[in-house]
Design a protein around this ligand. Structure first.
Ligand code: TMP
Length: 201
C-alpha cells in the first residue's frame, strides 16, 4: 500500500483557496483515495473556534483554541494516513503561524517561533503546501462577509508576509500560486504539481 501523504492549502482570506482545494479534491478522487479536511474543522472544536472568531476573544485564548482544533485535525489525519490515503487540508498549522503570528506580535519577541514550539513533538508536517498569493485588497473584495478584524488590508498584508517568510524557510515544501490567475489555470497548475509529485513516489 502506498504511504499516505498530506497536502495543504494556505493563503489569506479571499485568496480563493477553499474553492480551488474543493475542485482539486474532486479531480483527484478519480484516481486516488482522498480524505478532505479543513481548519477550523467541522467537529465541535471547530465550532468553538468559529465562536471565538465571532466574539471579542483574547488573541492568546484564540491561539490555543486554534491549536486544540488543529490537534483534532491531526488526530483525524493520522488515522487516514495510516490507511494510505492522500489527505487534502484546507488550512493547517501554517495558518496558526501566519495569522496568530501577527495577532501575537506585540506579546512575544518571535511569535512564529514560539507558536511553532507549541506544535513540536505532535504535529505532522505536510508533504506539500500550496500557498495562494493575492493582493489583500483584491482578496478582501471577494469576502465582504468576513469579520471586520480580518478585513483590514494591513492585517492581511502582515499575514501574507508571514506566509512568505514560512515559504522562504521551507522552499522544498511550499509551492506559491498566483491567486489572481483564472481558477482553471490555477487548477491545472496545482493538479500538475500534485500528480507529478505522487507519480514520483
Ligand atoms: P476560513 O475562512 O478559512 O474558514 O478560516 C476562518 C478564519 O480563521 C480566517 O480568517 C483565518 C482564521 N484562522 C486563523 O486565524 N488561524 C488558524 O489557525 C486558522 C485555521 C484560521
Amino acid at each position: 500500500m502506498m504511504k499516505g501523504r498530506l497536502i495543504t492549502f494556505e493563503g489569506i482570506d479571499g485568496s480563493g483557496k477553499s474553492t480551488l482545494a474543493k475542485r482539486v479534491v474532486r479531480l483527484l478522487r478519480k484516481d486516488y483515495d482522498i480524505f478532505f479536511t479543513k481548519e477550523p474543522t467541522t467537529t465541535w472544536t471547530g465550532d468553538v473556534v468559529r465562536q471565538s472568531i465571532d466574539s471579542d476573544t483574547d488573541s492568546l485564548v484564540e491561539l490555543f483554541l486554534f491549536i486544540a482544533d488543529h490537534a483534532e485535525n491531526v488526530a483525524l489525519i493520522k488515522k487516514e494516513l495510516s490507511q494510505g490515503k492522500i489527505i487534502i487540508s484546507d488550512r493547517y498549522s501554517d495558518s496558526q503561524y501566519a495569522y496568530q503570528g501577527v495577532l501575537l506580535a506585540d506579546r512575544f519577541e518571535d511569535p512564529i517561533k514560539w507558536i511553532k514550539e507549541i506544535h513540536d513533538g505532535w504535529n505532522i508536517k505536510p508533504d506539500l503546501t500550496f500557498l495562494l498569493l493575492a493582493d489583500p485588497s483584491v482578496s478582501l473584495a471577494r469576502c465582504d462577509r468576513q469579520k471586520a478584524k480580518f478585513e483590514e488590508i494591513e492585517f492581511l498584508e502582515k499575514v501574507q508576509k508571514n506566509y512568505l517568510k514560512l515559504a522562504d524557510e521551507e522552499p522544498e515544501r511550499f509551492i506559491k500560486i498566483d491567486a489572481e490567475k483564472e481558477l482553471a489555470e490555477m487548477e491545472k497548475e496545482v493538479m500538475d504539481r500534485i500528480t507529478s509529485y505522487l507519480e514520483r513516489l
